[in-house]
Design a protein around this ligand. Structure first.
Ligand SMILES: *Cc1c(COP(=O)(O)O)cnc(C)c1O
Length: 374
């Protein structure tokens, strides 16, 4: 049996949903994008939102809109998809890495106090794997040091921390609609805020420095971050399927938990109880031994596609020169990134997507069990 890591949940319904774009001859950003944005704001619980071409550029736009730029430092978890840090680098600021919690892999605020300098401008909690960062701690920390907050909620659409939506806490927050996110438009991103001025700044930035198209007077410098109504039509259909997607993913998660509960060599990582709903982005597992690589090799031999966890950012080859130039040695001394390194060494992302069958899950668990019996 072959079990892929991920399959997007799209079919002929999305195909049919894009037909009106052609019938009405409106394929660029337009009426469907407007409705899609309104529905997203409602789901997240925020006032304003604009699209970006993808989650990475959404982060770039978000950082720009709150005035993060050259000379600024932004605290970013050492354990996240690299785009979180690259977006900081893209606006000319410097990412300063902090460690994650051992238990739920989210940003570790205790590790952040020692990273504060006179240049620290913002903190970027990243809601990872379908959990939420502890937003009480993040907001308290930000207030204490007068920092701006940008939430990277690429994986967190519909997730709540104590009944408040991920993406509604920060000065600005971003989402991604890449193929493996909770809903997809192929590529796509969203930036949202509750602040009217930030919203206006976003509108200028994404639309060539003007509010409306069709005018050639540009009060500000801006760029083009538009999407298409074809993407929005797909996104609207995906939103209709949202509850199905969530319930299927939760069913998979629960079945994995049940079938692996007596395999003492592995542990499925669970969110804090304040996270509800929690929407598994991947089902994530940690081995009790020091390395998960042999198990992953064995699963691959049996047709199961797994993924490692994120490689710690302070070890990334691409950041070597940046880190060398800056006071990296100083931060390194401050944070040892013990939990990020441990997570990378022992973590495995199990196949988990909305159309995964219970037969496939049973097979995956059987293979894991067999590996440990050997
Ligand atoms: C996917 C992802 C991004 C980037 O989104 P893209 O749409 O792929 O550019 C950023 N941060 C996190 C945590 C992500 O999972």
């Amino acid at each position: 049996m072959k079990v892929p890591q991920f399959m997007p949940y799209v079919d002929m319904e999305e195909w049919k949903a894009i037909e009106p774009c052609f019938k009405e001859n409106w394929i660029t950003e337009g009426p469907r994008s407007k409705i899609f944005a309104e529905k997203l704001c409602e789901k997240i619980g925020c006032k304003y939102g604009v699209f970006a071409n993808n989650g990475t550029l959404a982060l770039y736009l978000g950082l720009k809109s709150i005035g993060v730029g050259p000379g600024d430092e932004v605290i970013v978890p050492n354990f996240t998809f690299i785009a979180s840090a690259n977006a900081v680098e893209m606006v000319g600021a410097t990412p300063i890495f902090c460690d994650i919690n051992k238990d739920d892999l989210q940003i570790n605020i205790k590790d952040c106090h020692k990273l504060i300098s006179s240049k620290t401008k913002a903190i970027m909690p990243v809601h990872l794997y379908g959990f939420s960062a502890d937003m009480d701690e993040v907001m308290k920390f930000a207030k204490k040091y007068s920092l701006l907050v940008i939430e990277d909620a690429a994986q967190a659409l519909g997730i709540k921390w104590k009944d408040k939506g991920c993406g509604s806490f920060g000065d600005v927050a971003t989402f991604s609609f890449f193929a493996d996110k909770t809903i997809t438009t192929g590529e796509g991103g969203f930036v949202c805020t509750n602040n009217k001025e930030t919203y206006e700044k976003l509108l200028y930035l994404r639309n060539q420095g003007r509010i409306n198209r069709g005018s050639f007077v540009h009060p500000e410098i801006g760029y083009n971050f538009r999407i298409t109504d074809i993407q929005a039509a797909i996104g609207l259909k995906q939103l209709e399927k949202f509850d199905d997607i969530v319930s299927n993913k939760l069913k998979s998660y629960n079945l994995y938990c049940k079938l692996l509960s007596d395999v003492s060599e592995v542990e499925i990582i669970k969110p804090k109880t304040e996270v509800s709903p929690f929407i598994p982005f991947r089902v994530i597992l940690k081995t009790k031994t020091n390395s998960s690589q042999l198990l992953m090799d064995y699963m691959a031999k049996n047709g199961i596609e797994t993924r490692t966890f994120f490689y710690p950012l302070h070890l990334q080859p691409c950041f070597k020169s940046i880190l060398k130039k800056q006071k990296y040695k100083f931060w390194r001394k401050q944070s040892k990134y013990i939990n990020s390194i441990d997570a990378y060494n022992r973590g495995i992302c199990l196949p988990s997507f909305a159309s995964l069958s219970s037969k496939q899950i049973k097979y995956v668990c059987k293979v894991i069990r067999k590996y440990y019996k050997k």
